[in-house]
Write a protein that binds this ligand. Sequence first.
Ligand code: MSP
Length: 520
Amino acid sequence: MKNFYITTPIYYVNAKPHLGHAYTTIVADSLSRFHKTLGDNTMFLTGTDEHGDKIVKAAEKQGVSPKEFVDGISGLFQQLWPHLGIENDAFVRTTDEDHKARVQRFLQQVYDAGDIYFGEFGGHYCYGCERFYTEKELENGLCPQHLTKPEFISEKNYFFRMSKYLPWLREYIESHPDFIRPERYRNEVLSMLESGALEDLCISRPKSRLTWGIELPFDKDYVCYVWFDALLNYISALGWPDGEKYKTFWPGEHLVAKDILKPHAVFWPTMLKAAGLPMYQHLNVHGYWLVRDTKMSKSLGNVVEPLEMRQKYGLDAFRYFLLREMHFGSDASFSEEGMVTRINADLANDLGNLFSRVLSMTAKYFESKVPQPGEFSEDDKAIVELCATAMTNYIQLFGNTQFAQGLDSLWDLVRALNKYVDSQAPWTLFKQGDTTRLGTVMYVLLSAMRKVALCLWAVMPDASRTLLEQLGQQPGEGPVTTSLEAEAGNFDGLQPGTEVAASSNLFPRIDVKALQQEAP
Ligand code: MSP
């Protein structure tokens, strides 16, 4: 059995969860479910990042203590996930005592090895990013992320000898082409490394300026820089250094958006290297969800509430849209019109229609029992072949974070099945009394539909289960299969004689006009 470990960024608790956070977490959930359908032993971690100036400022604004504040928002994240079908195995908070102790242990280890030193430092500090910028990194004197003027701060601090590991990192990325993927982000990191702008990393904040953090084990007057603390969640939650989960699951897969490429692609690997730990397997980087061409952000007031979308369109349709619409790595636009178009085309017209017509014909022609197939014609064999190819491509692409392409490949099959219904015209075979041929056609359809439903569990867990139940399967608790690869290699699995549902109406068409009328 293979082990598969997937993580999301741990989200800041300075704002409520929105579609951007939901997207990454739904992708992680889908990947975790996908690996379960391959029979892998999986571990899925998410959590919240709770230290740093930003949090203190947000708490002050609300007139509560930082602890009260972080408990509240972290709770919102934890409560939201089950409503989005997310089944994470663990939830880490950087204010957990256990996490803090492990961060201190890591700091001590790197300090003892001589890779942390004390020095004077002056730099341009951006409160939004919670980090110092060098002169070279600023754009017209402004933070390139927030376009605000950073504050010049000069103080004594502790530094991680990151620069010592940069030549190694460059070589590692060059010799591991998919360590950071898709490629454009790998190239971005390589040019960052070539630019010479990277220096040692300031990893402390004096307590005189900030107390809301993890105390350095070797100097009580300082707390740990929030990113150094936060990145360690990926191993602290596994019980590094001697926890069973750490031994089983590390190294794992990380999932982030492009906003936090640098800490994950530069700080984190050099930290791991300095501590002598194995490198993560891949950094999987996605783009932004945009609303009318701008990044969704609380300050712009254009955030999309995931729960509202779930309520309006259903959880499965929402999850499907997110995975199908964004080409992993590129930005994508979110609009309800786009979502309705996608749901109506792919789910109502293609998938829903296929299930609805095939099940009602099975009811009419075979009293809702899967018929015994006869010999396969060339047309039938073409479907069997397409089913194998579509599933194999789906498995390969999905596992490679190409979710849109993977789903599209599966839809090649769904669309071909609808065409096959039209070309085989079961109603004519029925009229002609050709029961053997009719039985074969219906069997081919039902069997292929079962395969589609199995693949969909990763993305649409509830719909997949319902469709399988409609096909007379009893998926029970947990993954609907643990051998998707074997399922791609055969066309069996559906027993003739199985009783199936008489109808299916899982994805009704959304009436755009009715939706517009509802809007205030
Ligand atoms: N706390 C840090 C991460 C530390 S990980 C060791 C952080 N938190 S965050 O709350 O700002 O989350 C950023 C992440 O949220 C992005 O990398 C992405 O996963 C998700 N997204 C937030 N807004 C997004 C979009 N508009 N579009 C896509 N994903 C977005 O950074």
